[in-house]
Design a protein around this ligand. Structure first.
Ligand SMILES: Nc1ncnc2c1ncn2[C@@H]1O[C@H](COP(=O)(O)OP(=O)(O)OP(=O)(O)O)[C@@H](O)[C@H]1O
Ligand SMILES: [Mg+2]
Length: 256
């Protein structure tokens, strides 16, 4: 696929393949797509389909085996991509909430007043002001994801990728995360959410990707995928099934 870059293109992946050494098969095959400013993309697919590997390639943490990745330039550098990892604890690097948020700008040339002003704004925006001096590890699961986003906002990343942001969260925790994603979207951020839990977030997405065994098999608006059986084909539960009775409260293969 040849994409024409325009001013709104933040990323273009062209023919991306990834094979780990010693692995028999590639984990990504010929993946091509562009991400445009203000996109909110849900990336779905079964366990092992390649979602997390794709994220590490976009962020430059791993290099593709084939293909190329274009990243929009800003002041001569690739635009920063913020990652919110599935394991929220692994992302904590500072002792307190405030120290953790400041960690992402420890080498930046921001002046102290700018640093403090940005920190205060972000603490308020993410509802962490009262917890600024709390031990970061004492936060709840939903708060820890907000903390990870605070660090990303501190470094002014335009693209934020969430890897399984609902993992291990209870209902209030999920709502905290979806509320935050909605606010980030409204503030103009470009967002990718890697999840198979479509029912929690798909309403916010303008695009749905489905990865299947390392191949991008769907890149379009979400509605069609909910209506034409494509989710079932790739082992993703259709969230439009409803619960009406206690007997409905079990997931069965036939409802895919
Ligand atoms: N460092 C690595 N070395 C070898 N294989 C790897 C490595 N990282 C990932 N893989 C393999 O790549 C495939 C895709 O993994 P990935 O973690 O991207 O899947 P996923 O779609 O994120 O799955 P999940 O829904 O479980 O998070 C898997 O088969 C995995 O075992
Ligand atoms: Mg994953």
């Amino acid at each position: 696929m040849i994409e024409t870059q325009n001013a709104n293109t933040l990323l273009t992946l062209t023919g991306i393949g990834k094979q780990f050494s010693k692995a028999a098969k590639p984990v990504l095959n010929d993946v091509s797509f562009s991400v445009f400013e203000h996109d909110c993309i849900v990336v779905s697919g079964q366990n092992g389909s390649g979602k997390t590997v794709l994220m590490t390639l976009i962020a430059g943490l791993e290099q593709p085996t084939s293909g190329s990745i274009y990243r929009k330039q800003c002041n001569g550098k690739d635009i920063p991509v913020g990652l919110v990892f599935q394991d929220a604890d692994a992302q904590i690097l500072g002792d307190t909430v405030e120290e953790d948020i400041l960690f992402s700008v420890r080498y930046s040339r921001l002046s102290q007043p700018e640093r403090i002003q940005r920190l205060e704004t972000i603490l308020k925006q993410l509802g962490l002001l009262e917890k600024r001096n709390y031990p970061a590890r004492s936060l709840s699961g939903g708060e820890k994801r907000r903390l990870a986003v605070a660090g990303i906002l501190m470094m002014e990343a335009d693209i934020i990728i969430f890897d399984e942001p609902f993992a291990n969260l209870d209902f209030p925790g999920v709502v905290q995360v979806t509320t935050m994603i909605r606010q980030l979207k409204e503030s103009g951020k470009t967002i990718m959410v890697l999840t198979h839990e479509l029912e929690k977030v798909l309403a916010l997405a303008n695009r749905l990707f489905i990865l299947h065994k390392g191949t991008l098999v769907y890149d379009a608006e979400p509605k069609t995928a909910l209506e034409n059986g494509i989710l079932a084909q790739y082992g993703i539960r259709n969230p439009l099934c409803t619960y009406r009775t206690i007997e409905d409260l079990i997931w069965n293969a036939d409802e895919l």
